[in-house]
Design a protein around this ligand. Structure first.
Ligand code: CP
Length: 330
């Protein structure tokens, strides 16, 4: 049984093979690899791209799909040994047991809740599903990782540059009215360092990623010939970049003092990708996973320019996820 949790568990050669399979599916979209299998997509959080791209991918691979969201299900309990006399009416253990009786695989989206750092660090909801599933579970964005997005981003970079080794990517924090999860940034950073890219991570002080993620990125860069550095000046970070990859995330301060975290973010409204930042680059492409807040995260003239590849990234979700579904059942 093959779960798909993060790209970290794969070698760079295996990831390269996923990228090649995704590009092959882009050329030839249809296959019968799912052979009438039933796939469940469970969204505990909102989605446009992940939901639509997995629905289309499943159907184009000869399977069928049921999409479920938190609003239409009983509230799920993830604690064990608890007297369930509160809001939660169904335990995740029974829920995944039932899914396992009807479906051949389950996709799960379970964002970080941003309340308990330990719970988010352990990716508790996702790993509880994994532990009790009798069918493959694939990650449609958990508290820690968004591997489908990272794979689609690699597919896009391969299309743009034909190779990964030695390319410079600036992953830049951007302002946002809400303290968003770190999963997209974690997965992008780890995938890019694994593939030998030089990553400059730009963020204001107090917006550090978790130490374990940074250590892993350093290890991956050491093995691949890539590099990772952290810079607190957004314009300096953009120098000579081939790609500017923008993402917002909340400070770890959110777990101890949410009001102070909000005040800090509100004071950083100049962290927007603008034409001045792009002018420091080597005519970089602009990437973002979407959804994006225009003129908060990125200015109109950047996202509307011919160097913006955000829709190419979104399309590549479809092709990348076909490669993942094919791997799960091969
Ligand atoms: N990028 C991404 O995962 O988009 P959705 O949240 O719309 O699925």
């Amino acid at each position: 049984m093959r779960h798909f949790y993060s790209l970290n568990e794969f070698s760079s050669e295996q990831i390269g093979e996923f990228v090649n399979r995704a590009l092959a599916f882009k050329e030839n979209p249809y296959s019968e690899v799912l052979d009438h299998r039933q796939i469940a997509l469970l969204f505990l959080n909102q989605s446009l791209r992940t939901r639509c791209s997995f629905e289309v991918a499943t159907r184009e691979l000869g399977g069928d799909v049921s999409t479920l969201d938190a609003e239409t299900l009983f509230a799920l309990e993830t604690e064990f040994g608890k007297r369930m006399d509160g809001a939660s009416a169904e335990h995740v253990k029974e829920a995944i047991g039932v899914f396992s009786r009807y479906f051949s695989a389950l996709g799960l989206r379970s964002f970080a809740r941003g309340e308990d750092q330990q719970e988010d660090l352990l990716d508790k909801t996702f790993t509880t599903f994994l532990e009790h599933a009798k069918i493959p579970v694939f990650n449609m964005e958990s508290a820690l990782y968004h591997p489908c997005q990272a794979l689609a981003d690699l597919v896009t970079i391969k299309e743009l540059f034909q190779d990964f080794q030695g390319r410079k990517v600036t992953i830049t924090w951007a302002n946002h009215p809400r303290a968003l999860p770190m999963a997209v940034t974690n997965s992008a950073l780890l995938a890019m360092t694994k593939m030998g890219m030089h990553v400059t991570l730009a963020h204001p002080e107090k917006f550090e990623l978790q130490e374990g993620i940074m250590n892993m990125a350093g290890d991956f860069a050491g093995e691949s010939g890539g590099s990772v550095e952290v810079v607190h000046d957004r314009l300096e970070a953009a120098a000579d970049a081939d790609v500017v990859y923008a993402k917002s995330w909340g400070s770890l301060l959110r777990y101890d003092d949410p009001a102070a975290e909000q005040d800090l973010r509100d004071s950083l409204k100049d962290w927007v990708v603008d034409s001045e930042m792009m002018s420091r680059t080597r005519r970089a492409y602009f990437m973002h996973c979407l959804p994006v807040r225009r003129n908060v995260v990125v200015n109109d003239d950047v996202i509307d320019s011919n160097r913006s590849v955000v829709l190419q990234e979104a399309e590549n979700r479809l092709h990348a996820q076909k490669a993942i579904l094919e791997w799960i059942f091969s």
